[in-house]
Design a protein around this ligand. Sequence first.
Ligand code: MSP
Length: 524
Amino acid sequence: MSKGTFSVTTPIYYINAAPHLGTAYTTVAADTICRYQRMNGYDVAFVTGTDEHGQKIAETAEKNGMTPQQWCDSLAPAFKEAWELLDINYTDFVRTTEERQTRTVQDFWCGLYDAGWLYKGAYEGWYCVHEETYYAESDLEKNDEGEFVCPDCKRPVRRAAGEENWFFKLSEFQDRLLAFYEEHPDFIRPASRKNEIVSFVKGGLQDLSISRSSFDWGIPLPFDEGHVCYVWADALLAYFTGMGYDQIERGDEFERRWPIQYHFVGKDITRFHCVIWPAMLMAAGMPVAHTVFGHGFLLTKGEKMSKSKGNGLMPADLVKVFGVDAYRYYFMSDVQFGHDGSISMERMVQVYNADLANTWGNLVSRVTNMTTKYFEGAVPAASAGAESNPLREIADALYAEYDACMAEVDFTGAAAAVQKLAGRVNLYVEESAPWALAKDPEKADELAAVIYNCLEAIRIIALYMAPFMPNTSADVFGRLGLGDIAEVTDIEAATAWGQLPAGNPIEIGDPLFPRLDVDNLPEL
Ligand code: MSP
């Protein structure tokens, strides 16, 4: 029985370049929480996609000698391939150039037009094409040449001199938004991002231009043919499309899913998600997502990692070295979700060796080896010591701790809780010294109990590691003679102590995380 729906989105990524570690970071985080909540009994929807309209994409296509559509079609597979490589189990991938997105966007903005939330005017002001954002002059910075530059990407901004635009009456939402933040303390997380949004809204809101008339790469506004939708007024609605808003014969999917639990976004785009998007929804009479979680930036050598700065390594470069599961584990366990985090090759190797090669991998290998040696490769029946042992005590408390971390989107905490058990099993092996017990025929029951406890702890660790490292956990389940871990839909029940059947065949297999040759690492 499903516990209900659990729905998450990543940003709809610009299709100007293939995905890099920064975009992969959000996507892996969304996948990790979705995998967990599936194992926890929820009916999960996970929407990602590509943001394909707007001036930036049109200009990128032109520079590459293609039409915008050709450009998007040539690059979309790179996103799908990267997510496949990283084992991202999304439920929908929305390309904003799909027809269903056109239907959603036109339907939504026609509704707001009919309800009187839009008016036509002239936009006089500044625009950053790279960020696809309008800026007030007071927000801008100046470069060494004295030109106005974007406060975010530092590129020169362009002047839009009286372009005819349709405007959304965003300024009328100031009080409603402030009241909403007050009534929904979990809407903006982590809490540190909330003050910035509240003070921005308190400073007063400008009406928002939601159409462009100086170029045509976008979704046409049905009520004014010369206008295409502003790229953000299009992309935000991809969340609707992916959650089932436009089924031509709409079932109850959208109603069951909306409002969703989480929009995972980078901290640079929280304003769009915490100000513009909820105001659009309020105008349409629609409920707003429970939480916008604004994570931090990945930093390399102290700087935001981005492709345009030339420090953008691709996920595949790292997967080649570490494997996909270790890649996922590193980013989720070592970069606290919500904070900026420095990443480096040295640190990745350190985490790999400490947590994966020396702890988790080593544990599986030594215990399966001992089972083979002392019990002919079958799980021993545990007649003594199975009732109460130090591993069981930790395992029994683990669900509550792990689940609480996941509820806070604290991946680091959840991973640390599982590592604590893994570390304790290694220590337990040292303390109980099965190799000594094996020499004493009178200690046969004790030896069986020790090995049983270790194997059972490994089964439980594999379950909790599965959202982070799905392949390794599936592999470990296979080595324990267990069925398909992907079928688990009640992790709390599945991790209750004592379910590993005696007699199950145990396989040793290859090392899960072979030690790395640290001499040949690519540069980050
Ligand atoms: N197309 C918009 C989103 C529209 S959502 C309706 C967009 N796309 S993006 O491709 O530029 O960025 C997507 C996300 O990647 C942002 O949330 C951004 O914060 C994130 N990252 C880009 N570089 C990053 C790091 N170095 N570190 C972590 N995330 C970063 O914005």
